[in-house]
Ligand binder design. Structure first.
Ligand code: HEC
Ligand code: HEC
Length: 333
């Protein structure tokens, strides 16, 4: 009687220890999502978020009334257009694949080359441009918005105390606030907060592999990415496996530093199961294939089918719930 009790207790303890070790290890690399990605420069308020959401859907902020942010980043499809390469004004091809806007505000740098430091700086340039909106002057945007009475009211509410609230700077702050509020917690966050049963056994196996194989050395932090830059194709050229026709030199195109050739921002992996196609040129259709290629070209390893399946299961646990108030399309003034 006594003996079996000790054995049983022993088993439980060793099992829990193993579980606890994995959780401790995971916590060394990752952390749960915050409620919003707040900022001292741009404190997130409900009024700014509300206005920012409208601006996000506002096609009148393009030269011929056809393009809004939502065109390439539809929230209902997890913040991406599901195209290999985005299409802007008059179906002009953009340069690269559109990353998701969900949770994106928490990154240290923006775009595949990391050429923008904050979502606000990013929005400034996204609003203007020949390929995207066809608008080249921020005054045009201010005048357009001032001509719509409903917006004048919304800007006053979002920027109380500002004598001239309908300004380009505030357009950018409102859009930024909206993006900072696009946060989609998932079961992985529950797990990191201590609910060990929030992940299935297979997902935990995938998490363990993700750490042990070295994925987490690049895909780290709250978003499993978005913190550092690395060469795509450390072991072998990436295009050998992705079949990319156009070779993209990545960060080199922005810094002109030869060391930055084929260097890209390590992308975040939140909601990654929902945002195919993969890589900066959308060259790979399935998540399994993207995982296999990562093993090959970043780590120089052949992941087995079982390992790929488990890692994919883990990455699926990063799919969050998109809150209902984010999904509803606003009625524009
Ligand atoms: C024509 C399609 C298109 C439109 C319109 C568009 N985007 Fe994008 N967006 C992209 C593409 C493509 C990228 C990646 C660009 C790159 O890395 O070269 C991107 C990148 C981003 C990123 C960076 C994501 C990351 O993980 O680095 C954010 C944030 C973003 N867009 C927000 C916006 C906002 C806000 C608007 C509206 C003002 C907007 N976008 C309009 C296609 C578009
Ligand atoms: C040395 C750094 C590094 C390692 C290690 C690494 N990655 Fe990546 N990962 C990247 C970079 C850089 C990209 C962007 C490539 C591109 O498209 O330009 C990327 C892209 C991805 C993508 C595509 C994301 C998207 O939205 O298109 C997935 C999925 C991914 N990695 C998963 C993994 C997995 C799983 C592992 C481990 C087997 C891993 N990565 C190991 C740096 C790394």
């Amino acid at each position: 009687m006594l003996v079996s009790f000790i054995v049983a207790a022993g088993v439980t303890i060793s099992c829990n220890t193993e579980e606890q070790t994995l959780l401790d290890e995971a916590r060394r690399y990752f952390s749960p999502l915050p409620v919003v990605f707040d900022s001292r420069i741009n404190p997130v308020t409900p009024e700014k978020v509300w206005l920012g959401k409208m601006l996000f859907y506002e096609r009148r902020l393009s030269i011929n009334g056809t393009v809004s942010c939502a065109r390439c980043h539809p929230i209902e499809y997890y913040g991406t257009d599901r195209l290999k390469i985005s299409e802007g004004l008059n179906c002009h091809e953009d340069l690269r694949n559109a990353p998701t806007v969900l949770n994106a505000a928490g990154q240290r740098a923006f775009n595949w080359t990391g050429d923008r430091p904050t979502v606000e700086e990013h929005a400034k340039k996204a609003l203007l441009g020949k390929v995207s909106t066809g608008i080249t002057s921020f005054r045009w945007i201010e005048n357009r918005l001032k001509s719509i009475p409903g917006y004048v009211e919304l800007f006053k509410k979002a920027f109380p105390g500002d004598k001239d609230p309908v300004r380009f700077e505030n357009v950018v702050l409102a859009l930024g606030a909206f993006e900072r509020a696009l946060v989609t917690p998932s079961r992985f966050d529950m797990y990191l907060k201590g609910d060990i049963d929030a992940l299935s056994e297979e997902e935990k196996t995938g998490l363990r592999l993700f750490i042990e194989k070295g994925c987490a050395s690049c895909h780290t932090g709250t978003l499993l990415g978005g913190t550092i830059f690395r060469k795509f194709g450390i072991v072998e050229p990436y295009w050998k496996y992705t079949g990319s026709k156009k070779i993209d030199e990545g960060r080199y195109s922005y810094t002109s530093d030869p060391q930055d050739r084929f260097v890209f921002k390590v992308p975040q992996l939140r909601n990654v199961a929902k945002t195919p196609p993969y890589f900066h040129d959308g060259s790979v259709k399935t998540l399994k294939e993207a995982i296999r290629i990562m093993g090959k070209v970043q780590l120089g390893i052949d992941l087995s089918v079982d390992e790929i399946n488990s890692i994919e299961a883990f990455l699926q646990s990063l799919t969050g719930n998109i809150p209902q108030d984010m999904l509803t399309v606003p009625v524009l003034p």
